[in-house]
Design a protein around this ligand. Structure first.
Ligand SMILES: CC(C)(COP(=O)(O)OP(=O)(O)OC[C@H]1O[C@@H](n2cnc3c(N)ncnc32)[C@H](O)[C@@H]1OP(=O)(O)O)[C@@H](O)C(=O)NCCC(=O)NCCS
Length: 152
């Protein structure tokens, strides 16, 4: 697809960002998504949100990324640039929007001196696995999280 423009999220992007965030993470409350977006500092080095738009200004997708200073599975350096989330509108998938978003995140990571760029995906999200492999990521580990309530 030609005419895909990637730029850091600004206040004018918040409504589109919120709608796409809810589509990507429907389990979260709209209020929580809204609070996360309001807390976002567009001048900070990390985290970042990049918005993809077409030539007509229609929002096509977004990517969120952050520097992770804690241990990142499969990585050897710190901090690691981490792809926290990526979403492309269903009707524009398969046209290179995610490829452009990931390239922009990688450029951001390189600019901060990172030598590793990591990500994750649910075990059953095979489309995301395919995308990551197509975009140059290699699979490192498969993990299952657990939790248990603790009585105070
Ligand atoms: C995964 C997702 C972001 C891909 O976005 P996209 O814009 O369609 O991806 P692109 O068109 O840029 O494709 C990039 C590469 O990944 C591959 N790819 C993307 N989706 C794929 C799929 N469903 N099956 C196989 N390969 C796929 C493409 O073939 C392409 O490689 P190529 O250029 O060598 O052909 C999009 O399907 C999406 O938003 N899914 C729902 C949200 C989600 O699962 N996000 C990831 C959470 S970890």
């Amino acid at each position: 697809m030609t005419g895909i423009h990637i730029s850091p999220a600004r206040a004018t992007d918040h409504a589109d960002w919120l709608a796409m965030r809810v589509a990507l993470w429907p389990g979260g409350l709209d209020d929580e998504h809204g609070a996360d977006i309001e807390a976002y500092d567009e001048d900070a080095q990390s985290p970042i949100c990049l918005i993809a738009r077409n030539g007509a200004g229609v929002a096509l997708g977004f990517a969120e990324a952050a520097l992770r200073h804690d241990y990142v599975n499969g990585c050897k350096t710190s901090p690691v640039a981490f792809l926290e989330g990526i979403y492309v509108r269903p009707d524009t998938r398969g046209r290179g929007v995610a490829r452009k978003l990931v390239a922009a995140v990688e450029a951001w990571a390189a600019g901060l001196g990172c030598t590793e760029f990591a990500s994750d995906a649910a075990l059953d999200n095979v489309q995301s696995h395919a995308m990551h492999k197509a975009l140059g990521f290699t699979e490192t580990q498969r993990v299952v999280y657990f939790r248990k309530s603790v009585k105070a």
